[in-house]
Design a protein around this ligand. Structure first.
Ligand code: BGC
Length: 336
């Protein structure tokens, strides 16, 4: 009997030790790699928010941030060597990661594409983002309403800027806006005096706001010497900031101008009546969704998904969770 009791105690002890070990493994020992660009403030905000949340939840987090495609490829390669339990990538170039992600398949590392889809590879498991079509729609609808275009408003002069060519999002935003505003251009309610309505002419190289400066200067000099530029499509807040700076230097009135991200500086400009609106992408909202996705992936269960049709990356449809962006203008900026 004594022997049985001893055996029982030993078994209980062993089980406790095993379960305690499992607990520790679920929390502290799961490694998450984050490979993001460091090219804009919004990416830096996203990386910080994600790192903070994951660390608070007991994960070990390896954050890498890069300025160029080549640097990012190397960082992904290095991070994969450590065989993380999950890797989250904000791609600098949506189509440039095919080769480097072959290692992810070899090491069995699940990949989550963050904010930007990763194209042409089946190595990507999930996509956590904002609804990119909804962003383009929100920008176009704002112009439509503010310029009373549905009721025949105009003619208004307008110029268009787009994001960097290597980013799939930039194309989605721009194409959605242009598709929606095209009827008003055709009817002469919107007049683009430069005629630069195609993506290539409008694109700001690598989303680097400073790259928009020479073009807005040139547009103002060549087409708006004596004419008012009423409206400008700016694809994000940093680019809006540079455009507005040049407009001010040239002594031009503040145009109706869009933005994206909800950067603190843009929020200030909206409060001061310098920027008309932004489409805010709350870093905490996307982070919370992404963290839930990471936890599910690490635990091997199906994450929360709300889109299984829109993100065909050329090889597979990537199941996505798309968060809802929010328009901020002078009517609601005080609550933001
Ligand atoms: C993101 C934007 C961001 C831009 C520049 C895009 O892919 O969707 O929110 O402003 O990249 O970083």
């Amino acid at each position: 009997m004594k022997q049985i009791k001893f055996l029982l105690a030993a078994v209980i002890l062993l089980c406790t030790a095993v379960f305690a070990g499992c607990g520790a493994d679920n929390a502290g020992t799961k490694n998450i790699a984050i490979c993001f660009p460091n090219t804009t403030q919004s990416w830096q905000r996203n990386a910080a928010a994600l790192q903070e949340q994951l660390t608070a939840d007991g994960f070990t987090v390896d954050v890498k941030s890069s300025a160029t495609v080549e640097e990012q490829k190397q960082q992904i390669k290095d991070a994969l060597q450590a065989k993380p339990n999950c890797m989250v990538i904000g791609a600098i170039d949506s189509a440039a990661l095919v080769d480097v992600l072959e290692d992810a398949k070899t090491y069995n590392v699940p990949i989550i594409a963050f904010d930007r889809i990763i194209l042409n590879t089946d190595a990507v498991s999930y996509y956590a983002s904002f609804d990119n079509d909804a962003i383009g729609e929100a920008q176009a609808l704002y112009f439509e309403a503010a310029l009373n275009l549905r009721n025949g408003g105009g003619p208004y002069n307008i110029e268009f800027f787009a994001g960097g060519d290597a980013d799939n999002n930039a194309h989605i935003f721009f194409n959605t806006v242009m598709q929606m505003l095209d009827p008003y251009i055709k009817r002469g309610q919107l007049v683009c005096r430069s005629g630069q309505t195609d993506f290539n002419s409008a694109s700001v190289k690598d989303w680097q706001a400073e790259n928009a400066r020479p073009r807005i200067r040139e547009l103002l000099t060549n087409y708006y010497g004596g004419e008012t530029l009423h409206a400008i499509l700016a694809p994000n807040d940093e680019i809006a900031g540079v455009i507005l700076d040049e407009m001010q230097k040239a002594g031009k009135p503040v145009p109706l101008i869009s933005g994206l991200d909800g950067d603190p500086k843009a929020i200030e400009r909206i409060k001061n009546g310098q920027q008309t609106f932004t489409v805010a992408k709350d870093a905490d909202v996307l982070t919370a969704k992404c963290v839930r996705m990471i936890k599910a992936v690490v635990e091997g269960v199906q994450p929360d998904i709300n889109d299984v049709k829109n993100y065909n990356n050329g090889v597979k449809i990537v199941p996505a969770y798309l968060c809802t962006p929010q328009i901020i203008d002078k009517t609601n900026v005080q609550n933001y």
